[in-house]
Design a protein around this ligand. Sequence first.
Ligand code: AMP
Ligand code: MG
Length: 649
Amino acid sequence: MTETSLPKGRNSIDQNQFLTILSREEALERFEAALFPRDVPSEQRKLAGALGCTLAGDVVSPIDVPPFDRSNVDGFAVRSADLASATEFAPGHLMLNEEVIACGVAPAHPVLSGTATQIATGGPIPRGADAVVMVEHTQPSGVRAIEVRRGTSPGQFVSFAGSDIARGEVLLRAGTVIGSREIGMLAACGIAAVQVARSPRVAVMSTGDELVQPGEPLPPAAIYDTNGAIVTAAINENGGNAVFYGAVPDDEEQLEAAMRKALAGSDMVVLSGGTSKSAGDVSHRICARLGQPGIIAHGVALKPGKPLCLAVCDGKPVVILPGFPTSAMFTFHDMIVPVLRRWAGLPPRSDAKVTAKVPVRIASDLGRTEFVMVSLVEGVDGLIAYPSGKGSGAITSFAQADGFLRIDALADQMPAGTEAGVTLFTPHVRVPDLVIVGSHCTGLDLVTAPLARSGLAVRTIAVGSLGGLAAAKRGECDFAPIHLFDDKSETYNTPFLAQGLELVPGWRRMQGIVFQQGDQRFEGLSVEQAVRAAIADPGCIMVNRNQGAGTRILIDRLLGEARPDGYWNQPRSHNAVAAAVAQGRADWGMTIGPVARASNLGFIPLAEEHYDFALVTARKHRPAVQAFLNALASNEVRAALVNAGFRPA
Ligand code: AMP
Ligand code: MG
């Protein structure tokens, strides 16, 4: 068998393909070459059901619109020659004809010279008449006659047949997406149904033993199937008709059966997960034997998104997106949307773009086109694009981001200060009224809640205390929430303020030891006793905090020289400590009271941490800043903070 139909002699079932990484451009080009050109299948739709569909062909008007010469005003149909020289001082006199032409009434009598026929707006112009005189410009004159005191030109107040749309004129072009205006035009021409592109039926599947559908309970080590929902929605957003087939375990037989069924019942299959080359990942192997020519690209120089697998099986596209939701979405938007839209007969997506300055250096892998999600904020002179980098496993960054920028495969970084093009996720930039950049705390949501209710857009970007301070110094935010402990002065936050920043006291958060309720090694002890007991028990595992965290300083003081098992597990947040203990990966750690309470853990209080706000003084006058300060001081918010376990300052 020859392989001339395959791109550059690639073997579609070659197991080592992942080693052959294609550039983004090359992969896209090969994929499109294997799928296009093709005729877009179409179907007939009644007008009522055509909203959002794409016209499969040009629509030509079968009639003139308006279909007859029509009066634009209420008045009298006349022969303009009779009134050519009419003036205030020499009015024209016209005898009225018997009939009155209302809308929908076909005239029966001609307008002869010296006569006029009363006509309503929309009425057909009678034979002989070539103009209409507005009723306001006439006066009754005796019985059945009028006086006209203005000159009248031919065609005055007449819409001629076909002046809006002429019979045979192309009304709408193929590829037009049908909106209410288009439906109106079609209706005006009497067109009741149109030929539209048939939305491709796209089967969506997820794969992974760990996946559980939303709404189901979450067993240990399982995660919710995010891609199923997000890919289904994104396909529907781009002209497809998605059908979700559920999540399939990483079992070659089951997955192959499911994929064959999906492929048979649809025009396209989009699977996510199982593309990396680990033992359990089998989807690409199956993909290679579903039809000809098989795999077009497996491994594309994208970050995130390298394990993307593109295949064409007997004419149908089969795509395997990487498992991480953000990787899945970038690759979907960048590589699959263009193909899907073309397949659906839609024009290429017109992404809104803006230029914004990148405030920090962004490192990038050489040789891979890298996508970076950004949040936009208004800086001193123009938009600032904040990278919201949480790693490819983070899904919230998608919701908080306004768009993304692309770092070229040939660049190993994007230097701070670069003016970068940002592709927006939404058609417009949503510039927030209030920008908070720094350390996040669940208490913060209680303060911003009344602002959000009053219609202010609040943007919170979690970058930690130090990142927040740096942003505040550059004037990129209104507030930086911080909880930084100064070892020397043994005080919180104030020693870290730079010029141009002032401290707004927030609240106190009690820090202490957490353990599983009922753990007799800790119940009823003081912090010092508990730590001593933990160090003495070799089976006891701790969870630490990252260097630089105020909590870490407290832990190190308590431990002295001791380095118990688990010391090097150093997560970066209070919540991660609680999760480690709650899930039994560690026996004890130090976190804040409200977090311990939310996880139902035992808690021995030690010392309060100060969570305050560095306010950029130059932005203090802004209404949203004042609203935040008022909310913070309000009884309602203070009570809510107390209720959640915080102590307002
Ligand atoms: P995989 O491509 O199967 O190796 O998956 C890579 C990562 O993405 C793993 O952490 C998976 O748990 C995760 N993942 C895979 N599929 C999904 C999904 N449908 N929703 C959420 N996460 C997923
Ligand atoms: Mg998997």
